[in-house]
Design a protein around this ligand. Structure first.
Ligand SMILES: O=C(O)CCC(=O)C(=O)O
Length: 245
């Protein structure tokens, strides 16, 4: 499928709203191939954030011209892959979401160029735990957070990471399942993103998801996080950025 270049209107909307939904980034056949491949893999491999390095199937999606090309247009610079995630969410008890957060909390970087492409690999919406965003929330810097409290809807976790600055100074930092303080539920927009469509969003845009409450519709998504070449990532586990070309 030929790449879908973003129009200047879409890029303008991204800058204003902090996100855009773009139809048909990948074909149904391209997605079916990846989903079938993943179904045959050990789910343990999904705990890693660098599968795009080791696995050509992951690399093909993350560097797909419609995805990496969109990132290049938005960043107006060479996009470098920070991490990739395949996010499968089953209905009922298993299918928890990600508390509403800004990626800038998880992936401190400088200068801040962080962005993502979240590709729907099944039809997704509010009912099956699709992506939610808070429009225009990318304008106000990092919001105050607390550890996620809604354990019914959201995964709750904590982990320590080794951090390193440009001069080589190292320190440890604890990250947890960030949730934005005092977030008005009415500001949260549930996106409807059909299979193959994707959401490009700014690393400062508040986003996340809720549990899968559907009767039987699995929610599948593939997220690729990018920064512009030259950006410094403070977390040592994602410092080895992967070029798209
Ligand atoms: O898919 C989700 O539920 C959340 C995804 C997310 O937080 C991300 O891609 O940064």
């Amino acid at each position: 499928m030929p790449p879908v270049p973003l129009t200047s209107g879409q890029i303008g909307q991204y800058r204003e709203e902090g996100f855009i939904v773009v139809p048909a980034l990948l074909s149904s056949a391209e997605i079916d191939e990846f989903v079938a491949y993943e179904a045959a893999q050990d789910p343990g491999c999904r705990d890693h954030l660098d599968n795009h390095r080791k696995d050509p199937h992951w690399r093909r999606v993350a560097t797909h011209p419609s995805i990496a090309g969109g990132a290049r247009q938005i960043l107006d610079a060479e996009p470098m892959i920070v991490q990739t995630m395949y996010l499968e969410k089953y209905p009922a008890a298993e299918g928890k979401g990600t508390a509403l957060h800004q990626d800038g909390h998880y992936l401190p970087n400088e200068p801040n160029t962080l962005m993502a492409c979240w590709l729907a690999m099944s039809d997704t919406d509010g009912e099956n735990g699709g992506l939610c965003v808070v429009p225009r929330s990318h304008m106000r810097g990092l919001y105050a957070t607390h550890k996620a409290t809604n354990a019914k809807d959201h995964q709750v976790w904590e982990s320590e990471h080794l951090m390193r600055d440009r001069e080589g100074k190292e320190w440890k930092q604890v990250f947890y399942s960030f949730e934005i303080d005092a977030l008005e539920r009415s500001s949260v927009l549930n996106l409807e993103v059909p299979k193959g469509a994707g959401v490009f969003f700014n690393g400062m845009t508040i986003h996340g998801s809720y549990g899968n409450r559907s009767a039987g519709r699995v929610r599948r998504a593939f997220a690729t996080h990018f920064v512009a070449r030259g950006t410094w990532m403070y977390r040592s586990d994602v410092q080895d950025l992967f070029p798209v070309t």
